[in-house]
Design a protein around this ligand. Structure first.
Ligand code: SF4
Length: 274
């Protein structure tokens, strides 16, 4: 059972720390998608909630509208620490209202989601020049999705949404992230989505100490055969070259197949134009 409440904020905008974006908008606090690896979970300590992350959702309210003079031609991302198309968005339409304001402001809009609900706002995206919608995929295995990302749209629904967006002329991207060693099949992510995707990004599984126990318990329970690999990568003092090699492998494949891709791990952030 999820607790839903409203929380007043002074502004919906946050200055972006993500390269390439001026502002980030997180319309909600919390995320009912409940991904086992959720990096946004640290937000809970700022909320005063006793519930677990994923068991509460605060809907932000703000009396001050987004200002065109501030946002004109800026790059705005929705969202970084919540999914702007969580199931409650269907009822509350907060993301939709904010996108309508961003159209008035003539901001450039970039959406990052794991939900096919994003298709509801296709009519709005078509009014925004250069608008891009990105889907995250850790895997194309729907069993993994059910275990690790229980609230997220099915793999086939995400692929169909990409298809619809692409057909409608919206720029699309896939973030292959986070990649689970020995579990995520990055080549399958590309192969199953390539006809409908303009560019790819890939990121590693981040094992900050706060998440490590939970993620390793997940792996031990559902994918025990991969545990030795996780031990090598995450638990040894000697750094491993696993990510370096994986990044090179992905970029080499993308170069060979003329696929536009970035890899956000390994020795450097790399790029292959396609
Ligand atoms: S969709 Fe994103 S914000 Fe929501 S639980 Fe999953 S990782 Fe966290």
């Amino acid at each position: 059972m999820i607790t839903v409440a409203t929380t007043p904020v002074k502004t919906y905008l946050s200055k972006s720390k993500i390269p390439g974006f001026d502002y980030v908008i997180n319309p909600y606090v919390g995320c009912p998608h409940k991904c086992v690896y959720c990096y946004a979970e640290y937000m809970r300590k700022f909320t005063g909630h006793a519930e677990e992350w994923g068991d509460f959702l605060d809907i932000k309210t703000c009396e001050v509208p987004l200002r065109p003079f501030k946002l004109f031609r800026t790059r705005v991302m929705l969202s970084s620490v919540t999914d702007p198309y969580n199931p409650y968005e269907k009822q509350y339409e907060l993301t939709r209202r904010l996108i309508k304001q961003l159209i008035v402001c003539q901001a450039q809009v970039y959406i990052l989601t794991k939900s096919a609900l994003v298709l509801r706002d296709l009519d709005l995206f078509q009014q925004i020049p250069g608008c891009e919608v990105a889907f995250s995929f850790s895997s194309t295995d729907d069993h993994f999705r059910q275990l690790a990302e229980p609230g997220v749209s099915s793999v086939s629904d995400k692929i169909n949404a990409l298809k619809t967006l692409h057909k409608a002329g919206i720029k699309t991207a896939v973030m292959g992230a986070p990649l689970f060693p020995g579990i995520s099949d990055w080549q399958s992510i590309i192969e199953q989505t390539r006809p409908y995707v303009d560019r790819y990004g890939f990121d590693s599984l981040n094992m900050r100490p706060a998440y490590q126990k939970k993620v390793l318990a997940f792996v031990a329970r559902h994918y025990p055969q991969t545990l030795p690999l996780y031990s090598d990568i995450f638990l040894q003092e000697e750094p491993t070259d696993y990510w370096q090699k994986l990044g090179e492998e992905i970029l080499s494949y993308c170069r060979q197949h003329h696929i536009r891709a970035e890899v956000y791990f390994g020795s450097s952030r790399s790029y292959s134009g396609g």
